[in-house]
Design a protein around this ligand. Structure first.
Ligand code: AMP
Ligand code: MG
Length: 340
């Protein structure tokens, strides 16, 4: 199959909606990352997502809607707490786990009786979802386990000739995936930190617990699909944490360079000059959390394209978007260095 890449004009969005309604696969920009969409109510179309991504059938998909008014199409019950989250954060990077309607195929939810749902905050995604007029199941548009795509070129790199169409709407603004929330338990649980910080969820529902990924820990995860070595670049990635993280990163760099390795760093702007001087291939993430989140995956892909053997990154703290950034780096890491 030849994959077409088209700019996200109104005409091409209408065409993409037809492809979705016809059972095809369309990659499209959301505010978080590019999604790989299929009609969520068509089991054959949903099966094609898993095949294209090589995603295990045990990893459930997020269903995207054009409007919260369509929730009843996929969710059976919406509690007052869920409703408050919907009203505060939709459209936006927050996914709710809700009891599913029987018409949602088991493929979408990996056999669970709950479904993950959100309304994305991106003009192209919203126009496409409105024109398709069906719920759209859309995981990130990358090969399973790899770095999520934040540009149409990233999608092309991973999925060309496996999907029908890529709508190019430019780089995605948030850059990390949605926050996945289960508000059916007390306290409310964040199953995956993401684009909406935990503090903002707490402002609506009170204190929450966060399922934090621990390095090397694959057992007993409460949300299917929360596997280790997700979001991973091709190169080995070492993630330095704790108060001595900056120093530890420099030591890792020195050691690897001495061993003759080509080393890339996902660097904060404030560290960039020193790292370049030391001989690293530097990708600048910016200086604030928003910028780091936005550029994180593009940086991993760029460093891979430079042919580095090793990628180094340091922790940016666990508040605000920092928690999602830490989660992704932990899961992308082949090794974590924790400093005291
Ligand atoms: P992705 O679409 O690749 O961003 O991944 C979606 C993630 O959402 C999955 O890997 C799960 O971690 C989570 N998820 C989806 N559906 C459910 C569900 N019904 N219950 C709990 N977590 C879910
Ligand atoms: Mg994904």
């Amino acid at each position: 199959m030849t994959t077409r890449v088209l700019p996200a004009t109104p005409e091409n969005i209408a065409l993409a909606a037809d492809v979705l309604r016809g059972g095809g696969l369309v990659a499209f920009p959301t505010e978080t990352v590019y999604g790989l969409g299929a009609n969520a109510l068509d089991p054959a179309a949903v099966a094609r997502i898993f095949a294209a991504k090589e995603r295990p059938a045990t990893d459930p998909l997020i269903v995207h809607l054009s409007d919260a008014d369509r929730l009843h199409q996929v969710a059976r019950a919406v509690s007052p707490l869920d409703r408050a989250l919907v009203e505060t954060f939709w459209p936006g990077p927050l996914t709710l786990v809700l009891p599913k309607q029987p018409q949602v195929p088991a493929q979408v939810t990996a056999g669970l009786d709950t479904v993950a749902v959100r309304v994305p905050d991106h003009p192209v995604a919203l126009a496409l979802l409105a024109a398709a007029a069906v719920p759209v199941a859309a995981p990130s548009a990358n090969r399973f386990g790899r770095t999520s795509p934040t540009t149409a070129q990233h999608v092309w790199h991973d999925l060309h000739d496996r999907i029908d169409l890529i709508l190019d709407g430019g780089p995605t603004p948030v850059g990390v995936e949605s926050t996945v929330v289960d508000a059916s338990v007390s306290p409310v649980r964040i199953l995956r930190p993401g684009g909406i910080p935990a503090e903002m969820v707490e402002a609506v529902v009170g204190p929450v617990t966060v399922v934090e990924s621990r390095f090397g820990d694959e057992e007993g995860l409460p949300s299917p699909g929360l596997l280790k070595t997700h979001y991973a670049p091709q190169a080995e990635l070492v993630f330095c944490q704790g108060p001595g993280a900056r120093r530890a990163l420099l030591v890792e760099l020195e050691t690897a360079l001495q061993a003759g390795r080509r080393v890339g760093v996902l660097a904060l702007d404030e560290d960039a000059a020193v790292l370049e001087q030391a001989g690293a291939v530097v990708y600048r993430l910016g200086d604030d959390l928003k910028s780091v989140a936005r550029h994180l995956y593009a940086g991993m892909r760029w460093l891979d394209a430079q042919g580095v053997d090793l990628i180094l990154a340091r922790d940016v703290g666990g508040s605000g978007l920092g928690l999602a950034i830490r989660d992704r780096l932990t899961r992308a890491a082949t090794r974590v260095v924790t400093t005291a």
